[in-house]
Ligand binder design. Structure first.
Ligand SMILES: NC(=O)c1ccc[n+]([C@@H]2O[C@H](COP(=O)([O-])OP(=O)(O)OC[C@H]3O[C@@H](n4cnc5c(N)ncnc54)[C@H](OP(=O)(O)O)[C@@H]3O)[C@@H](O)[C@H]2O)c1
Length: 365
């Protein structure tokens, strides 16, 4: 073979578009974050080289761009989440990537399309994923990387909790704790877009004014600390604020109990997380005299039950439209290079919390 011919083949095989990966004849070489037992993520997760085979039939190969680290990812690796993967497992439940190869039967998608995985538990903390065309959603290129990478968990959870439990109208009020969480930030922004007022509970901290200003800038009507919630009179002042119809709880314990006290008769409290690890206690009077509805919500179950429902795709459409119109932006975050995954995991897991940002793995180098 002449040296020009061999150079041509070399450049075809090692396409410059594939930056940190090498395209082989039979697939794509890259890396993944795997674990083979439950335990402390920093100890059980390790980076492994891998080959993602060229796609067959209805499959596509997606080169990942970014994937967040969510509390549920940590709990899954610890073995404390109801989803128990088969070992060895690749961590990560959501993210965004670009199609780099399509199977022979794929006509609806093309190389270069930006997509997000539609199922959880597929293992997004890796450079390449082989997915069925049914398991990806094509998204517009103008959608921001952060918004796309974090779309399927928190914005969808916020959206469903605001839609499915109470019929909210402009001018209504909701109350939520963990208001500075990624999910809470979505709740605030969706409510602003829908004209719903939000009372947002956060833990006291040194930079409270900065946090409060950040949330108000997103559209928060009121931001209160847990302590202020106990004594607040915002719902008593006539004409100021109607009592909340809906309370969203991702903390539990005393904090959830305080929110219940302010909930309007016949209202709902939806529990979707338990960050304080304390149980939710419901006073008897809340059930008898206030007729409150006490519910739980799990996005994973909803998505499974509604995999191809119209509601699901309308939700994606509405959220993406809000994001591209700058009505809904991604959470406060820090991008961390894939190689520094340990730093990202450790920072996500600090015992005292108050991290202030979502850590997002970046696969772009
Ligand atoms: N059920 C579902 O389908 C579903 C879907 C999405 C999320 N979630 C849950 O929602 C919660 C938030 O998720 P995320 O991704 O939005 O999280 P995130 O951005 O990492 O935020 C974590 C939130 O938890 C608060 N927090 C941490 N430790 C706490 C403690 N000991 N007491 C009180 N608050 C504490 C943090 O407040 P500080 O700043 O004060 O630390 C922050 O507001 C998690 O529990 C997650 O599992 C559930």
């Amino acid at each position: 073979m002449s040296s020009t011919a061999s150079k041509k083949i070399f450049s075809l095989l090692f396409s410059s578009q594939l930056s940190n990966s090498i395209r082989l004849m039979s697939g794509f070489s890259g890396h993944k974050l795997v674990y083979s037992e439950f335990g402390e993520p920093i100890k059980v997760i390790h980076k492994e080289e891998c080959i993602t085979e060229a796609p067959k039939n209805n499959d596509v190969v997606v080169k990942m761009i970014a994937a967040p680290i969510n509390p549920a990812d940590i709990n899954t690796i610890q073995g404390k989440y109801p989803v128990k993967p088969k070992f060895p497992a690749v961590a990560g439940n959501e993210g965004v990537g670009e199609i780099v190869s399509i199977g022979p039967n794929v006509t609806e998608l093309k190389v270069g399309d930006r997509v997000i995985p539609l199922q959880s538990g597929l293992g997004t903390w890796r450079t390449h994923m082989s997915l069925s065309k049914e398991d990806v959603l094509k998204i517009p290129k103008e959608l921001g990387i952060i918004e796309a990478a974090t779309l399927t968990v928190n914005p969808c959870t916020a959206y469903r909790m605001l839609k499915d439990f109470e019929s909210l109208k402009p001018g209504d009020t909701i109350i939520q704790n963990g208001a500075n969480s990624a999910c809470g930030q979505n709740v605030i922004q969706i409510c602003r877009a829908w004209g719903v007022r939000t009372v947002n509970i956060v833990r006291n901290r040194q930079n409270l004014t900065e946090l409060s200003d950040y949330l108000k800038n997103l559209g928060a009507t009121h931001v209160l600390t847990e302590e202020e919630l106990r004594t607040t009179s915002i719902f008593k002042k006539s004409g100021d604020l109607s009592k909340p119809k809906l309370a969203l709880n991702c903390v539990g314990g005393q904090n959830a109990l305080e929110m219940l006290r302010h909930l309007d008769n016949n209202g709902s409290m939806v529990t979707y997380g338990g960050m304080s690890r304390e149980p939710v206690i419901i006073p008897t009077s809340a059930l008898i005299f206030k007729n409150l509805k006490i519910k739980g919500f799990w996005m994973t179950r909803w998505s499974k039950d509604n995999a191809s429902s119209i509601d699901r795709f309308e939700m994606f459409e509405e959220l993406i439209s809000m994001m591209t119109n700058n009505e809904l932006r991604g959470p406060s975050h820090k991008m961390v290079d894939f190689d520094n995954f340990k730093e990202a995991i450790m920072n996500t897991m600090t015992v005292k919390g108050m991290i202030g940002k979502k850590y997002i793995l970046s696969f772009s180098n």
